[in-house]
Design a protein around this ligand. Structure first.
Ligand SMILES: NC(=O)c1ccc[n+]([C@@H]2O[C@H](COP(=O)([O-])OP(=O)(O)OC[C@H]3O[C@@H](n4cnc5c(N)ncnc54)[C@H](OP(=O)(O)O)[C@@H]3O)[C@@H](O)[C@H]2O)c1
Length: 324
């Protein structure tokens, strides 16, 4: 498995990481089974995936529990990326971002306990604060917790370019996690130039590491879904507008064209989609969600496609022809 260094850190990460959201068992339909999720984690380890992206949000911590069980003694050999700041309402139905110092501390402590580690390798703010807490206070609290050894590197998720610049005034930001795929490219407008020349504290610039989430557009970019597919209400894709109407049909047209290329090459569509993400300027790594070992088998095939020079002009033309 090919690895890349997260710029400015000593984290040497497989270019494809495993996303643990679905294994939390909430919002991803009725087919998530802990034993199969565990088998997927084990397959990921066997095939050289050396990092896992999880969060307290994922199934109210259930994803963490399944992940830890699956990793077993191999937990010490992998890099754990987790998140902080999301708080459920009393009913456990709705979640919002609470970045008050007290909640950051409480959430991180619970996270460390669930994961059974003293230090989290990469801790990321899950999304910008929905309360009035100034960013200076939140980042300041996180920097104190970093000094206490609770985590090593600090990332942000879902911050736009202005918020990212603001955060960098109050602490050292090590990564950004943001949505990116052939079908979702808003990253390219303002974030891409920014992460390629990210301001340092001393006025110089550096490259900021970027982790792409939803690189498969929640499974749309795998070729397995058709226009007539119906998700159960328990699956967040049942009310995702990318899966509805003309936009969905256009996406399916792109996927079927990708499918022809994939067939000719003898590779899965998912591998093409992941490799495309990994080839884009400013993208360091892709986090691919998986429910089964077979999906992991497909994801790792992205690596072999990265340097196939004769493949990319055709794929780039197809992607450019898609208007979402
Ligand atoms: N920071 C954030 O706010 C944020 C937000 C979203 C995601 N993330 C992270 O990024 C990770 C990846 O994003 P995501 O899971 O939302 O979307 P994704 O990786 O684009 O899609 C994952 C889903 O696609 C389907 N799939 C995956 N591989 C497949 C294959 N080879 N063949 C067929 N279907 C396949 C699976 O669902 P089915 O089998 O049911 O189709 C899987 O759960 C998450 O797990 C999470 O760690 C972070």
């Amino acid at each position: 498995m090919l690895r890349r260094k997260l710029p400015g850190t000593d984290l040497d990460l497989s270019v494809v990481g495993m996303g643990c959201w679905a294994m939390g068992g909430l919002w991803w339909g009725d087919d998530v089974r802990d034993d199969v999720s565990q088998a997927a984690v084990e397959r990921a380890l066997d095939l050289g995936i050396n990092w896992f992206d999880t969060a307290p949000l994922y199934g109210h911590g259930h994803a963490d529990e399944v992940l830890v069980r699956a990793l077993g003694s191999r937990k010490n050999d992998v890099i754990l990326a987790s998140k902080v700041g999301v708080r459920w309402d009393g009913e456990g139905q709705h979640a919002r971002s609470d970045l008050t110092p007290a909640w950051i501390r409480a959430d991180l402590e619970a996270n460390l306990k669930r994961l059974g580690v003293e230090t989290i390798d990469l801790l990321q703010i899950h999304w910008p604060c929905e309360l009035e807490t100034p960013l200076e206070e939140s980042i300041g609290t996180l920097e104190s917790l970093r000094k206490e050894g609770k985590f090593r590197y600090l990332g942000l998720c879902n911050y736009d370019a202005a918020e990212l610049r603001e955060a960098a005034r109050w602490g050292h930001i090590d990564s950004l996690q943001t949505p990116y795929s052939m079908l979702r490219r808003e990253f390219e407008a303002e974030l891409q130039p920014q992460v390629l020349a990210f301001p340092n504290e001393d006025g110089t610039t550096r490259q900021l590491g970027v982790l792409a989430y939803e690189p498969l557009c929640r499974g749309l970019l795998t070729g397995k879904y058709t226009a007539t597919h119906k998700f159960p209400d328990s699956d967040l894709r049942s009310h995702d507008e990318r899966w509805q109407g003309p936009r969905f049909l256009k996406a399916l047209t792109l996927v079927s064209r990708l499918g022809l290329v994939a067939k000719r090459r003898g590779v899965p569509v998912a591998a093409l989609a992941l490799a495309w993400v990994l080839r884009q300027p400013g993208m360091t790594l892709a986090i691919a969600g998986a429910k089964t070992p077979q999906q992991i088998d497909e994801h790792v095939q992205a690596v072999g496609l990265l340097d196939q020079a004769d493949l990319w002009p055709e794929i780039d033309r197809l992607v450019a022809s898609f208007r979402g």
